[in-house]
Design a protein around this ligand. Structure first.
Ligand code: SME
Length: 158
C-alpha cells in the first residue's frame, strides 16, 4: 500500500471526497487495527481538506473518550447527550451545526471553532464512536460532507 495520498487539492469538495474514498478504502482495508485506521483517516481528512479539527471519540461507558485526531488539543471526555458529539450519540444521527454559537450546549474545546459536523459510528445497533469535524469558518458543512464522511466511517471494522 502506498504511504502517500494522491489528491488534487484544487478540485471541488465532492470530487475530493470521490478521489479520497478509494485510497482510504485501500489504506484502511490493509490494516485491522482500529486505532491505526482512525489515526490515518483523521490525517487523510486533515491533509485533503485542511479541516481545523478532525478526529474520533469512542464510547466508554457513559462517556465519549478522545481517540485519534488531528488539530489542537481537545476535551478528553464528553458525557452522553452533551455537546454536539454527545447529542449525535444520544440521537443516533448525523448532526450538522452551521454556527456553534447557536447550538445549545455546544462544547467549545477550542474557541476558534465556528461550525461542526458529527457522524455517529455504529456497530450493529449500538453507537460505538463518533467522527467529529470542526471548521474555523461558519457554515462549512453540508449534505455532501455528511454523505461522504458517513461512507468513510463505514470503512472502519469495529
Ligand atoms: N464541540 C464538540 C466537542 C469536541 S471538540 O469540538 C473537538 C461538542 O460540542 O461535542
Amino acid at each position: 500500500m502506498a504511504h502517500s495520498l494522491s489528491i488534487n487539492r484544487h478540485l471541488p469538495k465532492e470530487e475530493l471526497y470521490i478521489e479520497l474514498l478509494p485510497q482510504l478504502e485501500a489504506l484502511v482495508g490493509g490494516e485491522s487495527d482500529l486505532i491505526a485506521n482512525m489515526a490515518n483517516i483523521s490525517a487523510a481528512l486533515k491533509q485533503t481538506f485542511g479541516f481545523f479539527w478532525v478526529g474520533f471519540y469512542v464510547v466508554r461507558g457513559e462517556n465519549l473518550v478522545l481517540a485519534p485526531f488531528q488539530g489542537t488539543i481537545a476535551c478528553a471526555r464528553i458525557k452522553y447527550g452533551k455537546g454536539v458529539c454527545g447529542t449525535a450519540w444520544k440521537e443516533r444521527r448525523i448532526i450538522l451545526v452551521p454556527d456553534v454559537d447557536l447550538f445549545p450546549g455546544h462544547i467549545a474545546c477550542d474557541s476558534a471553532s465556528r461550525s461542526e459536523i458529527v457522524i455517529p459510528i455504529f456497530d450493529g445497533d449500538n453507537v460505538v464512536a463518533v467522527l467529529d469535524v470542526d471548521s474555523d469558518q461558519l457554515d462549512s458543512f453540508d449534505d455532501v460532507d455528511a454523505t461522504y464522511l458517513n461512507q468513510i466511517t463505514s470503512l472502519l471494522v469495529l
